[in-house]
Design a protein around this ligand. Sequence first.
Ligand SMILES: [Zn+2]
Length: 151
Amino acid sequence: MNLRRHLPAALLLLAIAALPLLAERLRGHPERCEMDGVALDPAFRVRVAEDGGATHAFCGVTCAESWIALRRAVPALVLVTDGVSGRAIDARTAWFVRTLGNVSDGAPDAIRVFERKEDAERHAHAHGGRVLTGSGRPFGGAGVRDATEQH
Ligand SMILES: [Zn+2]
């Protein structure tokens, strides 16, 4: 084939293929997960702050944990999103529930986050999930939650 003749058409096709991406950009930069690049849903967002002040956003708990493991990063702060209020909360004070994969709420993985223990237990009960405790907790296990579990 004649490359010189087909190249402009190929470039035009590429430009057309890129249009949706461009449109997305113009709509105002949807936030993307730094682990797998998917457009992230603020309802499940996890943010990791490093000591130097850099922050990173992820689509969910699993991606954030994978990224931390790959980078061998020690985050200064991990913020997760309460599944009820949508508030950003410190991961050390959050309740995590591992669901059994039959919850169709659009979340990127099987871990749900709650600010209040009652909400976590209700979700676990309703969907056959399990509230994660001790070393089973994401982001390092130990923390405030273990201290409050004593009583
Ligand atoms: Zn992700």
